[in-house]
Design a protein around this ligand. Structure first.
Ligand code: C2O
Ligand code: CU
Length: 514
């Protein structure tokens, strides 16, 4: 086991400013776990699937007795799940009926730049003035958090009302997620509900015999806080968000809520068979980190057997007793309920939480049942084998707090995000090693590519760093080396911190592939 001080060192030193709900919170493990509906395509002709998603305001009864206004994809939070096959292209026509401009990004997608949701490629709502942002908000880094600042992007491709996003999905089977990515306003859009899942499957994965059907569960974890009228509490300077203005230095570290939602429901419970289940875990929280453990009524901890990372299956399973989940990370895990007494419960707990944020959800083991699923000892054989010596260059990036306009913000390599500046230019096909150095906890995400973790402060990667990732959690003071090959498409992409408030407070940079 870890010594107490080692365990302490594993905790994020800084997470965020916790907002407290002003409504009565329900007891844990009462609300059934919702499973987001799978979206039906409008058409499936020419070897591709065409979907339409309307972004609109909706209300939902998330907490009993109050309704919560949300920004949604198709009226629900999470949005509907899209299910695709590897290599079968998908077009999604997004229609923006929200009161603000939006941008859609498919997180983890190998997507041509024109459909990748660059933060200034806005979809304006119908009545929005021609300017890409409202008067007084010509840019303004950060959920309205930062100082207003005029910024113009000559390369932005702005559309009105609708935009077609095309996803080739020529990539490994995995669980992606789509979410808003508007410059400086991603955090409040996420908080208000603009997130959904997109699962890519393939034949190789199907052939493994993993738990499937009702024994495969998407688990999207978010934290939120609620105002007395049931609305989501979020501090923002932007009047179009109709929330309390103010100076938000306390929120520099990110915004945390005191209510844990799984698939949009507070501390839910799911009835299961006494069998193996596949959990597709996603931390879609703005800023909260989790360390998940699965605990039985008599205090036993069940293994979370990791079979996949952000970018698909591992070479071999990795068992965890404690699984850290940084914002935007996905973990594909198998949990075996067969040894749990019928009627018993397994709680998914968050070791980093306090009070109610220690609880996430529960499984109630309802019945005995057959189980012909397996966890093969070899999962995938197609993982890239990049070596340090393959790298044509090594780059260093610091992720640190710094001066942003007339306030404070978050910088990469000492600079705040600027769409007009070129930060990284690389050639299609090049292998590179990046050294990422953090002051506090930063989950760093690269668009377009998957990468492998080479080292953490000179030491070997941690067990949960296995496989191909698109988001890596930098712990306070750490230097993390990753290796990747920039293949797929040419064009303008991004890398950034996925603490959504850090991202909005300018911790983002351009990645140009030529
Ligand atoms: Cu999940 Cu650039 O984002
Ligand atoms: Cu960060």
């Amino acid at each position: 086991g870890l010594s107490a001080s080692a365990a302490l060192a594993r905790r994020p030193s800084i997470t965020g400013a916790e907002l407290r709900s002003a409504v009565a919170l329900p007891p844990p493990f009462q609300v059934p776990l919702p499973i987001p509906a799978v979206l039906k395509p409008l058409s499936t002709s020419d070897g591709s699937d065409h979907y339409q998603i309307t972004q609109r305001e909706a209300r939902a009864e998330i907490l009993p007795g109050v309704t919560t206004p949300l920004w949604t994809y198709e009226g629900s939070f999470p949005g509907p799940t899209i299910e695709s096959r590897r290599g079968r292209p998908v077009t999604v026509t997004h229609r923006n009926e929200l009161p603000v401009p939006t941008v859609v990004h498919l997180h983890g997608g190998r997507t041509p730049a024109a459909s990748d949701g660059y933060p200034t490629d806005l979809v304006l709502p119908e009545g929005w003035p021609d300017a890409t942002t409202p008067p007084g908000h010509e840019a303004g880094h950060g959920s309205g958090h930062g100082a207003p600042h005029v910024m113009h992007d000559p390369r932005a491709v702005v559309t009105r009302l609708t935009r077609d996003y095309t996803f080739p999905l020529d990539q490994r089977a995995t669980m992606l997620w789509y979410h808003d990515h508007r410059m400086d306003f991603t955090a409040p859009a996420l908080w208000r509900g603009l997130a959904g899942l997109h699962i890519v499957r393939d034949d190789a994965e199907d052939a493994l015999g993993l738990p499937a059907g009702p024994r495969e569960l998407p688990i999207m974890i978010t934290d939120r806080a609620f105002a007395a009228d049931g609305s989501l509490a979020y501090p923002s300077l932007d009047p179009t968000l109709r929330e309390r203005p103010g100076v938000h230095e306390p929120y520099l570290a990110g915004v945390l809520g005191d209510v844990i939602l799984v698939n949009g429901a507070p501390w839910p419970v799911h009835e299961t068979d006494a069998a193996r289940y596949r959990l597709r875990l996603l931390n879609a929280s703005n800023a909260r980190h989790y360390e998940l453990e699965a605990v039985t009524d008599d205090g036993r901890r069940l293994d979370l057997v990791q079979i996949g990372a952000d970018q698909g299956l591992l070479a071999a399973p990795v068992p965890h007793r404690l699984l850290p989940l940084a914002p935007a990370e996905r973990y594909d895990v198998i949990i075996d309920f067969s040894g749990v007494p019928i009627g018993g419960r397994v709680r998914l707990l968050n070791r980093l939480g306090e009070g109610r944020t220690r609880e996430v959800m529960a499984f109630r083991i309802a019945r005995r049942a057959g189980d012909d699923s397996t966890i093969p000892r070899t999962l995938a054989t197609d993982l890239p084998a990049w070596r340090r010596t393959d790298a044509v260059r090594v780059r260093d990036f610091s992720f640190r707090a710094g001066q942003l306009h007339d306030g404070r913000g978050w910088l990469i390599g000492g600079l705040p995000f600027d769409p007009a500046r070129s930060d990284v230019t690389t050639r299609l096909g090049d292998v590179e090693v990046w050294r990422l150095i953090a002051d506090v906890h930063h989950p760093v995400h690269l668009h377009l590519v998957g990468f492998q973790v080479l080292s953490r402060s000179g030491r070997p990667p941690l067990p949960h760093d296995a496989g191909l990732k698109d988001t890596v959690s930098l712990r306070p003071g750490e230097a993390v080396e990753i290796i990747t090959r920039f293949d797929g498409y040419r064009g303008r992409y991004l890398f950034h911190c996925h603490n959504a408030e850090h991202e909005d407070m300018a911790m983002m940079a351009n990645l140009e592939i030529t």
